[in-house]
Design a protein around this ligand. Structure first.
Ligand code: MRU
Length: 360
């Protein structure tokens, strides 16, 4: 994706293996590139959401493990680093998936081979994410075209599933960027996505950067807009899809799916292969991250002096709860769009796209 005149991915490496990322806690006010020079810095960046988004944290963790092996390629060192990185965030399966890809390949390698193997594999995971997301966009285009005959296509999205949440293109936004590039008149309703406002800050930044028409709305506005015929369909990303098609995504996604069902609005989920957890049967089994109260009781924005600042927005002594994700049951999901095609949100639908995962 481009910022100004320059093309970027959301993560890339220096020749010495150090990792470069955009500090997403600074966007959209400051475009700041961070250099992560060891696994502890990588873990901190994921934990504090300097990098975030399911596919991106998977790729960054893979690069982080490869980086750590340069300092310590022993079995114990490798396993400890992988465990530390895996523990940074619990809900997105991509993190564990990417680390497992590396560990499976590395455990039987002699120590002197491990850095080269890990480097290659981490890069392959990142490259695959780019290709996968491009294809998800291609597979989303026909759904957008279906609505284009009636004029402007109004799409609602929640959280951020654009290029910043992946290595490039995004998942839910990939098709929207491609539709815009193909000359289709698309307009996106962007849920602000409290508490961290990934929609208002990051999705809006990406759409503005690409020239896509969009409007930021408070999280509670979606149902009203759907009742008034102002949403043609919803599309969101996901942090984990279970075998039966249940979808974990940013908190508030479930409420949008309920409103969509009540109003006959299609609710689509864009999902790369790396986000399907074939080991879990149902959404109830997905661990839901609980984050700090301060994210709810406070908010970060731009102060009048032009510098980013945080203020408290809640009553001074009241406690707050902060579940970061929810699970939308498969019955509320119109389709799951992957790099292989579009499927029903069900085990049969997913297995039809990935026959190698058939239990039989
Ligand atoms: O907590 P975050 O910001 O990492 O959550 C991100 C989301 O919920 C995204 O919508 C999801 O990871 C899909 S990313 C393509």
């Amino acid at each position: 994706m481009r910022i100004g005149k320059t093309s970027y991915r959301s993560v890339w490496r220096d020749p010495d293996g150090a990792i470069r990322i955009f500090d997403q806690t600074r966007l959209p006010w400051q475009v700041e590139i961070l250099r992560l020079a060891d696994a502890a810095q990588v873990a901190e960046a994921i934990r504090t959401m300097r990098v975030r988004g399911a596919p991106l944290i998977g790729a960054v963790a893979a690069f982080g493990l490869a980086l750590a092996l340069r300092a310590d390629s022993s079995d114990a060192g490798m396993e400890a680093t992988a465990a530390m990185l895996a523990a940074t965030r619990p809900t997105a399966i991509n993190l564990g998936w990417a680390l497992e890809q590396l560990l499976d390949a590395l455990r039987n390698q002699p120590r002197e081979e491990r850095v080269a193997v890990a480097d290659r594999l981490a890069q392959a995971i990142a490259d695959d994410d780019v290709e996968t997301n491009f294809r998800i966009g291609r597979n989303t285009l026909p759904l957008i075209r279906e609505h284009a005959g009636k004029g402007r296509v109004n799409i609602l999205t929640h959280c951020n599933a654009g290029w910043l949440a992946t290595v490039d293109y995004g998942t839910a936004l990939s098709g929207i960027f491609q539709a815009h590039d193909a000359g289709i008149d698309v307009h996106v309703w962007v849920d602000e996505t409290r508490p961290r406002n990934q929609g208002a800050l990051l999705t809006a930044f990406e759409l503005a950067g690409h020239g896509v028409a969009h409007t930021i709305i408070v999280d509670n506005a979606g149902g009203h807009l759907m009742q008034h015929g102002k949403v043609d369909f919803c599309i969101v990303g996901t942090d984990r899809v279970t075998r039966n098609g249940d979808v974990a995504n940013k908190i508030g996604t479930y409420l949008k799916a309920l409103a969509a069902r009540d109003n006959g609005v299609p609710f689509h989920v864009a999902c790369p292969h790396s986000t399907i957890d074939w080991r879990l049967a149902r959404g109830e089994e997905i661990p839901i991250e609980e984050r700090a109260e301060a994210e709810v009781s406070g908010i970060t924005g731009l102060a009048p002096d032009g510098a980013p600042a945080s203020i408290r927005v809640a009553a001074p002594t009241s406690p707050a709860a902060n579940p970061a994700f929810d699970v939308t049951p498969a019955r509320l999901v119109s389709s799951i769009i992957t790099e292989r095609g579009v499927s029903a949100a069900s085990e049969a639908g997913l297995v039809a796209l990935y026959p190698e995962r058939s239990a039989a």
